[in-house]
Design a protein. Sequence first.
Length: 310
Amino acid sequence: MIQFFTRNWPAKIVSLVLAVGLWYYAVGEEKVEVTRTIPVELKLEQEKLSVVGKPTRVVLVTLQAPRSLLANLASEELKAEHHIKTVEGPGDYSFRLEPREIRLPSEQIRVVKIEPEVIQVKIDEMIVQKLAIEPTFLGEPAFGYQLDSGKVQLDPSTVLVEGPKSQFEKTAKIKTQPIDVVGRVRSFRKTVRLAEEPGFRLVSESLVDAYIPIQEVVAEKTFENIPVKILGKPSSLSHISVEPAQVNLALQGPSKDLEAVKDKNILAYVEISDLAEGTHDVPLQTLLPDSVFLKGNPPVVKLTIQKKGV
């Protein structure tokens, strides 16, 4: 028995190597099937026509080939391309993707099945149209400040765009790339690009000069029961009364300044130095902190000056 393994051992080793190689070859040549998702690129020969929607679609393709070729085959290595030649105008278009239209990395790989069998797309006329430019913004200005969107200036304010005719019915404006206004406290200028819009192609310049106005937020706050003071040098023989003795005042100003205002910071008064004896309707005067002002017209108070004992 031992002689069987030791006799003519070089020939036996060669046979073993050949057997193992033959086994690997047979396994490698075993036919297997796999399914991959493959993108389909559509190309139109008519320049004035376009496929509406996503220009790239996908199909499920079942492939057959030796295991060694398909084991590590990724979808990224596969691609399908279909040329649309027979269409002359807008409308619906259906076609079957042929195996020859699928680009494969090896001739040993065979297409077994394509799903869906029929692909349907919509074709539209390409036109050029003028669209208004709409600015878009990122973030918010600093606390107490706001973007005055009504005063934003764009140069140019419109742009020429080429795209499918039906798509212009849904799109009236084209947006800019986001303009960062985070933490801003002052107006500024910035050159910004237009955002890409699927299906559209810019015909004119894609850069826009934008003026972005930033202003302080004007807030409003009502202060109640503010006493009305009487200022001046009345006669020692005069009796003075004011009605009402307290008023409510609506004040406006930058929100950060208005929040800091307290009742004690507000002086509401009437001046009597030049007033004669009698009853007078006098506009109330106010002394307020800087940047804060009275909303609307000042209230009118009734001031009565009479001699004592009358």
